[in-house]
Write a protein that binds this ligand. Structure first.
Ligand code: AMP
Ligand code: AMP
Length: 367
């Protein structure tokens, strides 16, 4: 049962990944909030005061079936990594609930070849990619398709090692040159309303077991059949050497610019992350782009050193998304921040004429 009558615009998301950050940010910006959860998560999400409502579904993959129930409400969905992990691209794109972001970018992101083309066209350096096992002439990482949080990735030393361990893989994968360096994940926000790019925060991932292998001396590892694995367990904050910051900013700008050439209607906007490894020569190698909020931003619910440079208040990426939606509502340009599949009911449009009834809180004029 809803705790309050939902008359305000509601920001909704799946209860996982970065949902707490997104909904806290939405509440801080004056929205009503809805978490769509599985039964085991219901008590957790209901326990937070900023979660106004929870809707329980048996599994996250059932989410599209909830659409008819959401259709009569002033809902805006904010997607995160679990949307990609638990819904197919087709299901995801077929949904018509108003959706923050541009789904066209998902096609570029989901196909590793298209993604590589995008990043290379933006002038970014990427690890060398191998198509034939016989070409492998250096250590590589074998990466399965899909947002799996590093699950199932293999470190392969050479071509022989590949044929004994990786040749039998059933899923689609890519083979990438293994880059040794510091993994730096840079979280950006690009505003379609102002055309401005912001660096929101940064993290480095903590992965099991690769980040723990250094705890055992290499001499003691000898003779032990120990393989590194890359399953993400958590995230650690990092601040970048300031002399590298300009390049990090330019990389974000280039990715946004090229996305507009590849998806001419609009390109990438909102939150995104460039996942890099920085070598001893201080070169950024791009492993991947995530075209949405990433979980590493959860470190910064109270803002980051970088967001503090732009805002005098705690500004998480989740809150920044809600702020953008609010600014769009207040300037009568909601369609600029929503995917084109978004179906806005008639009454929804009428409410846009007087945003004061739609949201409450700081910065919103009273009716
Ligand atoms: P979950 O809902 O926790 O299963 O997460 C969905 C997907 O998001 C996972 O498959 C991961 O790819 C990614 N993910 C979740 N948590 C994190 C994290 N803390 N850091 C990086 N990626 C994550
Ligand atoms: P990804 O799914 O691309 O975010 O990769 C997950 C993890 O695998 C990264 O955080 C790295 O630890 C590792 N990784 C991915 N690509 C490479 C690479 N080319 N070289 C070294 N490590 C990599």
């Amino acid at each position: 049962m809803p705790k309050t009558q939902p008359q305000l615009f509601t920001i909704a998301t799946l209860g996982s990944h970065s949902a707490l950050q997104i909904l806290k940010g939405a509440k801080d910006e004056g929205f009503h909030t809805l978490a769509v959860v599985t039964p085991q998560n219901e008590r957790l999400y209901s326990s937070f005061a900023f979660v106004d409502e929870v809707e329980v579904i048996p599994e996250y993959s059932h989410f599209p079936k909830l659409e008819p129930k959401l259709a009569g409400r002033k809902i805006i969905l904010v997607p995160h990594g679990s949307f990609v992990a638990y819904l197919s691209l087709r299901e995801h794109k077929a949904m018509t609930t108003p959706y923050f972001g541009n789904k066209a970018v998902l096609d570029l992101e989901a196909d590793r070849m298209k993604q590589r083309d995008w990043l290379l066209r933006a002038g970014l350096k990427m690890p060398r990619q191998f198509t034939q096992a016989s070409d492998i002439d250096r250590p590589v990482i074998v990466k399965l398709y899909g947002a799996l949080g590093g699950k199932g990735y293999l470190f392969v030393k050479n071509a022989d090692d590949f044929s004994t361990r990786a040749a039998k893989l059933k899923q689609q994968y890519i083979m990438q040159e293994y880059i040794i360096g510091v993994p730096v994940y840079i979280h950006y926000f690009y505003s379609p309303l102002t055309g401005k790019l912001e660096i929101m925060s940064m993290d480095r991932r903590y992965e099991s077991n690769v980040d723990s292998l250094g705890r055992i001396p290499s001499a003691d590892q000898e003779g032990w059949d120990l393989q590194p694995s890359y399953v993400v367990i958590g995230n650690q904050p990092i601040s970048l050497r300031e002399s590298l910051l300009a390049e990090a900013f330019h990389m974000g700008e280039a990715v946004v610019r090229v996305s507009r050439e590849l998806c001419p209607e609009r390109g990438l906007f909102g939150a995104f992350c460039l996942e890099t490894i920085v070598t001893p020569e201080a070169e950024f190698f791009l492993m991947e782009i995530s075209a949405r909020i990433v979980a590493g931003t959860n470190l910064f619910i109270d803002g980051s050193p970088y967001s503090y440079l732009n805002y005098d208040e705690p500004m998480s990426t989740g809150r920044r998304i809600a702020r953008e939606i609010k600014n769009a509502l207040l300037s009568n340009s909601l369609e600029m921040v929503l995917d084109q599949s978004s179906k806005l009911p008639e009454f929804y449009l009428a409410d846009l004429e007087s945003p004061g009834v739609a949201i409450s809180g700081p910065g919103v004029p009273a009716n």
